[in-house]
Design a protein around this ligand. Sequence first.
Ligand SMILES: NC(=O)c1ccc[n+]([C@@H]2O[C@H](COP(=O)([O-])OP(=O)(O)OC[C@H]3O[C@@H](n4cnc5c(N)ncnc54)[C@H](OP(=O)(O)O)[C@@H]3O)[C@@H](O)[C@H]2O)c1
Length: 271
Amino acid sequence: MDLNKYGPWALVIGGSEGVGAAFARKLAADGFKLVLVARKPGPLEALAEELRAEDAEVRVLSADLAQPEVLDQVRAVTDDIEVGLLIYNAGANNTRGRFVELPREVTQSVIAITVVGQADFARHYGALMCRRGRGGIILGGSLSGYMGSPTLAAYTGAKAFSRIFSEALWAECQPLGVDVLHLNIGFTATPAMARLDIDISVAEAPEKVAQEALDNIANGPVWIVSTPGNLERVRKISVVDGRAEIIRAFAIPPRDQMADLQRSQSEQAAP
Ligand SMILES: NC(=O)c1ccc[n+]([C@@H]2O[C@H](COP(=O)([O-])OP(=O)(O)OC[C@H]3O[C@@H](n4cnc5c(N)ncnc54)[C@H](OP(=O)(O)O)[C@@H]3O)[C@@H](O)[C@H]2O)c1
């Protein structure tokens, strides 16, 4: 990863475990200084210590992205440094149910983290990068952002916002020297998924997801992680005609069937 173009500091939002931690390790190895943000102080401190032991300079902040003051909190630890790379990784969904029945706090927090959060952070750090004429922004997305799925209305809608927003931001920022990438992630073996008791044995490795994103940061606006079956699913669910049938046929299955879906998608995609 080009330190001159995207350094010296990388800010990883959701940077304590899973894909976020994989980003942090790879960037530290390339000489980046890191600001890592997440809620639980334990995993944040553990990762920071690991990276510092390898001579990386690391700042950590424990903060909740669902809270309205979070950008101010993060700015308090970044206003004196040059953030050349923003990675907004956090944004998984842990509660499923009918939108009209779920508590407002649950669905609003999904919207706050992915819609409001990505927009606020991209505006603040993106403006500074565009003024400098260099930098990069990676916004975390999901295959589910190509189609609304029952029990996941806020999540699928928020990820659709992220993709469309990223595309526009990419077109605006690229002429100013700033790369924008919407990272479209499929089923991935992260601690967040494991905590939901999902079988992650066939899920993608977070390290591969992070590596593909860094390798393709200049190949925006969208990068679909190359797990077998991902691209084929996107092609099937993103057609314009017959949306009712598409949504019925390709709804994201219950958690205990996620691994089966991944297996069958991978088999169908096999050459
Ligand atoms: N895993 C998959 O199968 C999958 C599939 C499609 C898309 N994705 C996308 O990939 C990204 C990463 O997903 P993930 O599975 O690793 O889970 P995640 O919970 O979105 O990300 C984990 C990281 O974000 C932090 N985080 C989560 N909620 C936060 C909050 N409210 N405030 C501050 N930090 C927060 C976590 O630490 P704390 O818990 O300590 O806060 C951790 O560092 C997400 O955008 C997700 O939508 C994942």
